[in-house]
Design a protein around this ligand. Structure first.
Ligand code: THU
Length: 156
């Protein structure tokens, strides 16, 4: 028997200004996308931007439904849209941010289902997907790949 442990490394930035030009652009587009969320039930507007290997950026936002489970998170709206439109181009990074009812910027760490989907596209892309998350305190955390957020994810 062996007890093992996992170390999760991530980089924390104190402001959007400290991000690389590409990540700043991605987070800004995620911010813009959050404005168009359809979230009459939660009133929580999530925006997501996905960068592809050829530089294309595809955005998404959460889409809710009166039959609650029929809605979809911003991440999967953006990811499915990106891969539906560009099936042969890998994904290199994803940025996520939300705004509450008062328009205050908030963090939205992807749910388990979205993490599994990011993992699937990481395998399909054959490269790690950088994950850029805005946080409630205004810091931004950057993870180098889905293993940091969903170790031991389902695979066959
Ligand atoms: N939501 C997202 O779109 N992404 C996340 O990372 C967390 C939650 C959405 C789902 C729902 O529309 C609303 O936020 C409240 O949970």
């Amino acid at each position: 028997m062996t007890t093992k442990s996992i170390k999760i490394e991530y980089t924390e930035y104190e402001s959007v200004e400290q991000l690389s030009t590409d990540d700043k652009e991605l987070l800004t587009l995620a911010m813009n996308a959050s404005a168009n969320a359809y979230s009459p039930y939660s009133k929580f507007k999530v925006g997501c931007a996905v960068r592809l290997a050829n530089g294309t950026i595809v955005t998404g936002n959460n889409q809710e439904n009166i039959a609650y489970p029929s809605g979809l998170c911003a991440e999967r709206v953006a990811l499915f849209s990106a891969v539906a439109q560009h099936p042969n181009i890998g994904i290199t990074s994803i940025a996520i941010i939300a705004q509450n009812q008062d328009g205050k910027w908030c963090g939205a760490s992807p749910c388990g289902a979205c993490r599994q989907v990011i993992g699937e596209y990481e395998s399909k892309s054959k490269n790690k997907i950088k994950i850029v998350l805005y946080q409630n305190d205004g810091n931004i955390v950057v993870f180098d790949g889905i293993d940091s957020l969903l170790p031991f994810r389902f695979s066959m």
